[in-house]
Design a binder for this molecule. Structure first.
Ligand code: BGC
Length: 482
């Protein structure tokens, strides 16, 4: 059996997000966020479930920490539910019970020798701010900055790793440009680009606040997490190769280029394509808003690490592409490419193809386009319809982590951390609870939401204990419940 050691100092973690696990959606003075609203919109969630009382982590957080401790990870990544702490959306009023909850969670983690890693925003915008335009309103840069500053003040004495925003593409393209995610605006061709600019600026604001007001005293790091699904040309033709590169610019570069490149601003290919399509469509200016020269400078270099989420790879072509295939205008029409489905195994979600070399290629794309930054893998994982004996999940982790080690050892990518998604089954957004990403299974029929360790728990625990990837290792199974 071959064994591959991880580099010295490499860290392992496990992640969740507030709306996906907390439940207690209207407890105490908490107000509605955009997911509370979306879950009450007929047809929005495929299995008609809600996050209302999903994993009940608000009540049972101590048990979550025991599970995290059992895994033996170095850090636990979780997010703050904005309206649980600030019921108005604005920071003029703090919820005492919300504050107590997050203080308890953080303190208990630290006592258990697990580093708390906080995501400031994981998709649960206060409905009150959405009603004012949400991420399409430039004033959100101030609102988000205020919120981030309040969190640094409250928790920054103990929290040393901050993630400002999780996955801007999912927020903008799927939330503002389509109907998949909250707030389901479907303002395609417009909304996703307004959100892109404001999300990047809001992130930069939160980073500057940390850098200027807190870093010296609190000594932590602060960065953004991007969805880094890999997209490649479907064939080796120059047109397809270009389509793949453009797709990466549209999906990832739109957010990484303003922050990590030396040039700053949106990528040239996206600017060019959206401007050309906008002109053809009779718009007086490009639908992609520009950054001012001051904004370009303000955003450059504003992430202490590159937060990298990755699940799968897809393939695109421009052969036979005709405008009108997607809504006009839209992100997909602007990109002008279509996906080709290849014959790879997949998980429960029909787009989650198992292509381990994709994570390696994507890490290399980041290395090349972003100046070889320090990369923290903040999510990677596999989805099924359930089952305790999850050999498919183990195989996924095994093969993907192997590819990450190739990226580190052979390609020189500067990857310093790996995070498994997710600690337990949870509310998988528009898919509801039927899709399972958990290391731990959650019994939704049980009032206490009993958690049972899947085989992958023991597998990941062994990886962390040995700090090594042992090929073909399978743990001896035993039943463990929390
Ligand atoms: C999100 C998670 C989600 C996961 C699996 C990521 O896009 O950050 O919240 O559950 O993917 O779909």
């Amino acid at each position: 059996m071959s064994v591959r050691k991880f580099p010295e100092g490499f860290k392992f973690g496990v992640a969740t997000a507030a709306y996906q696990i907390e439940g207690a959606w209207n407890e105490d003075d908490k107000t509605k966020n955009i997911w509370d609203t979306t879950c009450r919109t007929p047809g929005a969630i495929l299995d008609n479930t809600t996050g209302d009382d999903v994993c009940k982590s608000y009540d049972f957080y101590k048990r979550d920490i025991q599970m995290v401790k059992f895994l033996g990870v170095d850090f636990y990544r979780f997010s703050i539910n904005w309206t649980r702490l600030f019921p108005n959306g604005f920071i003029n009023k703090t919820s005492e019970s919300g504050l107590k909850y997050y203080n308890n969670l953080i303190n208990e983690l630290i006592e258990s020798k697990i580093e708390p890693v906080i995501t400031i925003y994981h998709w649960d915008l206060p409905q009150s701010l959405q009603d004012l335009g949400g991420w399409a309103n430039p004033l959100i840069v101030d609102w988000f900055g205020d919120y981030a500053r309040a969190l640094y003040k409250m928790f920054g004495d103990r929290v040393k790793t901050w993630i400002t925003i999780n996955e801007p593409k999912q927020i903008g393209v799927f939330g503002y440009g389509m109907l998949y995610l909250a707030p389901r605006l479907n303002a395609h061709g417009i909304g996703e680009y307004l959100a892109a600019k404001n999300v990047v600026l809001a992130h930069a604001r939160a980073w500057h606040i940390y850098n200027d007001e807190f870093r010296k005293i609190q000594n932590g790091i602060c960065g953004i997490v991007l969805a880094c699904e890999f997209v490649e040309g479907a064939t080796d033709s120059p047109e397809d190769i270009e389509a793949g590169l453009d797709a990466m610019d549209f999906s990832v570069g739109l957010y990484s280029h303003p922050i990590f490149s030396s040039q700053g601003g949106f990528p040239e290919s996206v600017k060019r394509r959206v401007a050309a399509r906008s002109a053809e469509q009779g718009y007086p200016r490009s639908r992609l808003p520009e950054f001012t020269p001051e904004e370009i400078e303000y955003c450059k270099g504003t992430s202490d690490f590159y937060g990298f989420n990755h699940y799968s790879t897809s393939f695109v072509t421009r052969e036979n592409f005709k405008t009108g295939r997607f809504p006009v205008p839209s992100f997909d029409d602007d990109l002008g490419a279509v996906e080709i489905v290849k014959d790879y195994d997949r998980g429960a979600l029909d787009y989650s193809f198992i292509i381990p070399e994709g994570i390696r290629k994507c890490l290399n794309w980041v290395k090349k386009t972003c100046g070889n930054p320090k990369i923290m893998i903040m999510e990677n994982g596999f989805n099924t319809f359930g089952g305790i004996k999850d050999l498919d999940r183990i195989s996924y982790y095994q093969r993907y982590i192997d590819a990450v080690l190739d990226a580190i050892e052979i390609d020189g990518c500067n990857v310093v951390a790996y995070t498994a998604w997710s600690l337990m089954d949870n509310f998988e957004w528009n898919y509801g609870i039927s899709i399972k990403f958990g290391l731990f299974e959650v019994d939704y029929e049980d009032e206490n939401r009993k958690r049972t360790a899947r085989w992958s728990v023991l597998w990941y625990k062994h990886l962390i204990e040995t700090r090594a990837l042992q090929h073909h290792y399978l743990p001896e199974f035993r039943e463990i419940c929390f």
